[in-house]
Design a protein around this ligand. Structure first.
Ligand code: ZN
Ligand code: ZN
Length: 225
């Protein structure tokens, strides 16, 4: 799809690093929109549309804010800027622990990849069992990006079905459904999906291949004892 790509300015200081763009099709009528594919979800399931926006564009980062824990959540493309450039935005990478810097830097992704991830996640949401019906115009938009939609979305890790209702359940304040990465160090649409929280925790920082090998080795050993 050729996007309109008109600039959409926000009040974010990070607009200087990356201006937001319109992702409606070129030549569209009506006003521009950065996330047109989320229009229906944001009206009816705002928490889910906010989650898609957050997980696709923000790093996770530390749960608290302190000098050496680093910024809490930050736009992924901001983490592509040099240490020098980041200083202008009040982020001093030199003050952070090496481990924190490495974590933030490996979560970095360019703006276009983040938008494609958001489209992919939206495409997956509408295919979950029990998901609301996708409006035709949005369905067409999503399918033009990632192909025909079915009515099954599986956990990217354990490959079992995941239902839309998992978005509404939480344990100890933690959602049961998480955005996960086949390779935790790559944030692009081919590499993201939804997964059960427990599966995502089990996978940890391993790639999915490494994780499966690890599980297979455990199963082999357990059969031999
Ligand atoms: Zn536009
Ligand atoms: Zn799972």
């Amino acid at each position: 799809m050729k996007y309109c790509y008109k600039e959409i300015s926000s009040r974010s200081k990070y607009d200087k690093l990356q201006i937001k763009k319109c992702h409606l099709e070129m030549g569209h009528t009506g006003s521009c929109s950065e996330f047109p594919f989320l229009e229906h979800l944001s009206k009816n399931f705002k928490r889910i549309s906010d989650k898609i926006k957050r997980d696709s564009t923000m790093t996770t980062g530390a749960a608290w804010k302190s000098e050496d824990a680093g910024p809490n959540r930050i736009l992924r493309w901001v983490m592509l800027a040099s240490d020098e450039n980041l200083k202008k935005f009040g982020i001093n990478m030199e003050n952070l622990k090496d481990g924190v810097v490495a974590k933030l830097r490996e979560k970095a992704a360019d703006y276009d990849s983040c938008i494609q991830v958001a489209i992919k996640l939206t495409w997956l949401v509408y295919q979950m069992e029990g998901a609301p019906k996708c409006p035709d115009n949005i369905k067409e938009y999503l399918e033009s990006h990632f192909g025909e939609m079915s009515n099954i979305t599986t956990c990217a890790i354990c490959l079992d079905k995941i239902g839309f209702d998992l978005f509404h359940t939480a344990q100890r304040g933690k959602a049961n459904l998480e955005t996960c990465h086949l390779n935790p160090r790559m944030h692009d649409p081919m590499n993201v999906g939804f997964g059960h929280r427990e599966c995502n925790i089990a996978q940890g920082n391993k790639t999915l291949d490494e994780f499966y090998e690890w599980i297979a080795a455990i199963l082999t050993r357990s059969k031999n004892t």
